[in-house]
Design a protein around this ligand. Structure first.
Ligand code: HEC
Length: 158
């Protein structure tokens, strides 16, 4: 809330109660979007984690569980995310996010990286239920697609 709080205070002084109310509405919208996108990421991680555990043998391969997790990933990646990334929800503007402002400066690239995850998830969903080796063969591309976006647009953990 660092800069946003200052902005809200500034607006409150300059424009009175109406400006303040609008800024608060906007800030709730930003907070909700951040929560929702983190929830989506957590669902990605949960489903990818199960596939990863099978791939490295930490959990026994189970064809129907692998198919379910990979179908979940493909479905999650196909959701319309356009409202999860509003302007002003970067980590320079508000606190509880690791999304770098660069994402909004490179929106086409960010969308392409999201699409790459969707494609890798579909490729995984096509084979994950057919055998462990096929699952293992898709793991690098899928995990790598997540990592590529994080490297570009997510700040390191503190
Ligand atoms: C288009 C870019 C992009 C793609 C693709 C992507 N992520 Fe993320 N991910 C982010 C960003 C940006 C954040 C930081 C979100 C925030 O803090 O606002 C994030 C955060 C996360 C988090 C932390 C969520 C939290 O609760 O703070 C997890 C876990 C995660 N991603 C997992 C994944 C996995 C697994 C995949 C692939 C299946 C994936 N992500 C694909 C951009 C991406």
């Amino acid at each position: 809330m660092k800069k946003l709080t200052a902005l809200i205070l500034g607006l409150g002084l300059a424009a009175g109660a109406t400006g303040l109310a609008q800024a608060q509405d906007n800030s709730k919208m930003v907070e909700d979007a951040i929560k929702a996108r983190k929830a989506q990421m957590q669902l990605y991680a949960f489903n990818l984690g199960l596939l990863g555990d099978m791939a490295k043998g930490a959990v026994a391969y189970d064809a129907s569980a692998a198919a379910a997790a990979s179908n979940n990933l493909a479905m999650l990646a196909s959701l319309d995310q356009s409202r999860l990334w509003p302007q002003g929800s970067d980590n320079m503007s508000v606190d509880n996010t690791r999304t770098l402002p660069d994402l909004w400066d490179n929106i086409d690239d960010a969308i392409a990286k999201g699409r790459a995850t969707a494609e890798a998830a579909s490729a995984m969903a096509a084979v994950a239920g057919t055998g462990l080796e096929a699952l293992q063969g898709q793991m690098g591309a899928l995990g790598g697609s997540c990592g590529a976006c994080h490297k570009a647009y997510r700040a390191p953990a503190n």
